[in-house]
Design a protein around this ligand. Structure first.
Ligand SMILES: [Zn+2]
Length: 203
């Protein structure tokens, strides 16, 4: 259940559609604390998974470069910033998934490096290009995302993650979780060398 001001939504999808349409109708408008829609926006921005917005003053509805509705918000005493209203609705979960994927990728870097080191022939497994002088990518024959999903489905829980000091990534908080995933990945993943073009075209 999502509550935005007076409006309630059973599903995120409904909220997404409602907010998108609302914003399209109000492109160019600015809503301040006097507006009857203020609570609606206040509830919306408070859901942002990565920002704490406690002092909303104004919301400006704009169109982004792609022509989609977007919002800029202003907190008391601060400048306007643009935030993703999409994230406000999808909320913690979507962002948790992204963090989890970052933690998962980080945890298997050693496996990737070890694999690279163990190879003595450098040709792209897909297009056969000679990679001796080229950038070498390590590719998951079965998609990484599939393996990650399988792991989630098998162990199904919310793993505790911690933010790295550089704020540029996430890792598993518990070593046992990390090694559990590493073992799983080691068993399921078939790695191969590819050129960058072949690797990136599979993502
Ligand atoms: Zn290739």
């Amino acid at each position: 259940m999502i509550e935005l001001g007076e409006v309630q939504f059973k599903y995120k999808k409904q909220a997404m559609e409602y907010v998108r349409e609302f914003l399209q109708r109000h492109e160019g408008s600015i809503f301040d604390q006097q507006s009857s829609y203020f609570n609606f926006f206040n509830d919306l921005v408070k859901r942002h998974p990565e920002r704490e917005i406690n002092n909303l003053e104004q919301v400006e509805v704009i169109k982004n470069f792609g022509g989609y509705p977007a919002i800029n918000i202003k907190e008391v005493g601060k400048d306007f910033v643009s935030i993703s209203w999409n994230k406000c609705i999808t909320g913690n979960k979507a962002s948790y998934k992204l963090k989890l994927r970052m933690a998962m990728r980080r945890a298997i870097i050693d496996q990737i490096m070890d694999f690279k080191d163990s190879c003595n022939e450098y040709t792209c497994s897909i297009c056969n290009e000679d990679l001796t002088e080229k950038v070498i990518h390590v590719d998951h024959e079965k998609y990484f995302e599939e393996i990650a999903k399988e792991f989630e489905e098998t162990f199904g829980k919310e793993w505790e993650l911690v933010n790295l000091r550089d704020h540029n990534g996430w890792q598993f908080k518990n070593d046992s979780d990390s090694s559990n995933w590493q073992k799983f990945h080691q068993e399921k993943a078939t790695l191969r060398l590819t050129c960058s073009k072949c690797n990136l075209s599979r993502r």
